[in-house]
Design a protein around this ligand. Structure first.
Ligand code: ZN
Length: 422
C-alpha cells in the first residue's frame, strides 16, 4: 500500500462541505482520501505520516479564470516606452496596450509569461484560464504544475488571416501545453472579430471540442458599437487597426445577443466581464450553459461599470473570478480580487459564496471541477495553506478570509500531491 499522509491545520475549509476546526486531509498517491477532524483521521489511519501546518488555514487553491500571464511585465514595458500611465477611457486604454505590446520582442514575452506562471503559484493559485497570443512561446508552459486552460487568442477581420491562425492553433493543439493544462480558444471580443470571423472561430472550436472564452459586454463603447456601429470603437480602434474597409453593418443588438442568438456560445464556454447585460441577456446566458468570469478590479480601473452579480446569482449562472492582466490590474492574486469584489459589490454575495466563486466556481468555469476546487475524497490533493496576522474564531473565519487580500500569506501550495512552492 502506498504511503498515506495527514495534512493538519487549525482550520480546514473544504468549500463543498463545512469548515473543520483542528482538521486534516488524508492524502494518498496524489489524491484526497478523506477530510475531517484530525483526531478522528489519526485514529483510523495510525500509519499515516503527519504534516502539521499549525495555526493556519488549509483550503483549495485559488482559480484565476481569466488572466493574460504573458503581460505580467507590462508595467515595465509601459515605463520603458515612456507611457507608464494607463489612459482612463476604454478604447484609449486598448490602443495604449496595443502600442506598448507591439514594441516587445518574443524573448521578453516568454520571460513575462514565465514570471506570471510563477507569480500565480506564489499567490496560492492552482488553476488558470490564461489568454495566450504568442504561439511560439508555448514551451514556456511546459513545466508548469498549474491546471486549467490555455486559450489561444484569435482576432481580426480578415478571414484568410484567421484561417491561417486557426491552422497554427490546430497544429499546436495536438499536444497539451503542460501536464494539467488543456487548450481552449479565445475569440477576443465581438468588436475585434466580424460576424463571419466569429462564426469561423466558434465553428472551429466545435469541430475540435475546444472550450471558448470571450471578452463580452465589457464596456458601453462595445454595446454602442454593436448596436449602432458608432462611437470610439468605430472612430478610433477601427481606424488605428486599419479595419475601416472591413467595417460590417451594425448588428443592432446587445453583445450577449450577438453571440447567443446565433447559438455560438455552447455549454462550458466562459464569458469574461459581462458588465453591460440586461434581463434578457442574462436569460440567454443561462440558456447557453456558459459561466461568467468577473474581473472587478479591471472594470473599476477602466471605469466601465459593475457586473450585476446579484442578478447572475439569482439566475443560477456559475461565476468565477479573474484578475485580467497587469495592464489593468495591480496583482495576479485572486485573494486581492476577492477582497475587492466583496467590498465593491457590497452585499451581492456572502463571504462563503465569494470563497466558492474564487475556488470551485473557477474550477467549474474551466471544466476541471472533478479534479480541483474543493477538498473531497477523490479530488486531486491540491490545496493551499495560508496564515493571517491574527486567526479569528471559526464563526468569523470566512468573512476574515474574504476581506483580507494582501494580509493573506500563502505558505504552501500543493498541486496533485506535490509541494510546488519548494
Ligand atoms: Zn482580458
Amino acid at each position: 500500500m502506498s504511503r498515506q499522509t495527514l495534512y493538519r491545520a487549525r482550520y480546514v475549509l473544504p468549500i463543498s462541505s463545512s469548515l473543520v476546526e483542528d482538521g486534516a486531509v488524508l492524502v494518498e498517491s496524489g489524491f484526497i482520501r478523506a477530510v475531517g477532524h484530525y483526531h478522528d483521521l489519526a485514529n483510523t489511519h495510525p500509519e499515516a505520516a503527519l504534516v502539521d501546518f499549525g495555526e493556519s488555514v488549509l483550503l483549495p487553491p485559488m482559480v484565476n479564470a481569466h488572466t493574460h500571464l504573458e503581460l505580467t511585465a507590462f508595467s515595465d514595458w509601459a515605463a520603458a516606452a515612456g507611457e507608464p500611465h494607463a489612459p482612463q477611457a476604454f478604447v484609449d486604454w486598448i490602443l495604449w496596450l496595443v502600442r506598448i505590446r507591439r514594441e516587445v520582442d518574443e524573448d521578453q514575452l516568454k520571460a513575462s509569461l514565465a514570471a506570471g506562471l510563477k507569480a500565480s503559484l506564489l499567490e496560492g493559485t492552482g488553476a488558470v484560464g490564461d489568454i495566450f497570443t504568442t504561439l511560439d512561446a508555448v514551451e514556456t508552459y511546459l513545466e508548469s504544475p498549474l491546471s486549467g486552460q490555455v486559450f489561444a487568442e484569435v482576432l481580426g477581420h480578415d478571414l484568410a488571416l484567421i484561417e491561417e491562425r486557426l491552422s497554427s492553433i490546430k497544429s499546436l493543439s495536438v499536444k497539451s501545453p503542460a501536464k494539467s493544462l488543456n487548450w481552449g480558444l479565445s475569440p477576443h471580443a465581438p468588436y475585434t472579430l466580424s460576424a463571419s470571423a466569429t462564426d469561423q472561430v466558434f465553428a472551429f472550436a466545435k469541430e475540435f471540442t475546444l472550450r471558448c472564452t470571450i471578452h463580452l459586454a465589457e464596456s458601453e463603447s462595445e454595446s454602442e458599437f454593436l448596436r449602432d456601429g458608432t462611437g470610439a470603437i468605430a472612430d478610433k480602434l477601427f481606424s488605428s487597426a486599419k479595419w475601416d474597409p472591413l467595417l460590417s453593418p451594425p448588428l443592432g443588438c446587445s453583445p450577449v445577443r450577438s453571440l447567443c442568438s446565433e447559438g455560438r456560445l455552447k455549454e462550458g464556454d466562459l464569458i469574461v466581464h459581462g458588465v453591460h447585460v440586461d434581463t434578457a441577456d442574462i436569460e440567454m446566458l443561462k440558456q447557453s450553459g456558459c459561466s461568467v468570469a468577473l474581473c472587478p478590479r479591471s472594470n473599476a480601473a477602466l471605469n466601465v461599470g459593475k457586473a450585476p452579480v446579484t442578478d447572475y446569482l439569482n439566475a443560477g449562472i456559475p461565476l468565477a473570478l479573474g484578475t485580467d492582466s497587469l495592464a489593468s490590474s495591480d496583482s495576479l492574486s485572486i485573494w486581492d480580487e476577492m477582497a475587492f469584489a466583496a467590498e465593491w459589490f457590497t452585499d451581492a454575495a456572502e463571504p462563503c459564496e465569494w470563497l466558492e466563486i474564487a475556488t470551485l466556481g473557477g474550477a467549474k468555469a474551466l471544466g476541471i471541477e472533478k479534479r480541483v476546487g474543493q477538498l473531497a475524497p477523490g479530488q486531486e490533493a491540491s490545496f493551499q495553506v495560508v496564515t493571517l496576522p491574527v486567526l479569528p474564531q471559526a464563526d468569523a473565519l470566512e468573512e476574515t478570509l474574504c476581506a483580507s487580500g494582501k494580509d493573506v500569506n500563502v505558505t504552501h501550495l500543493y498541486l496533485a500531491g506535490e509541494n510546488v512552492l519548494l
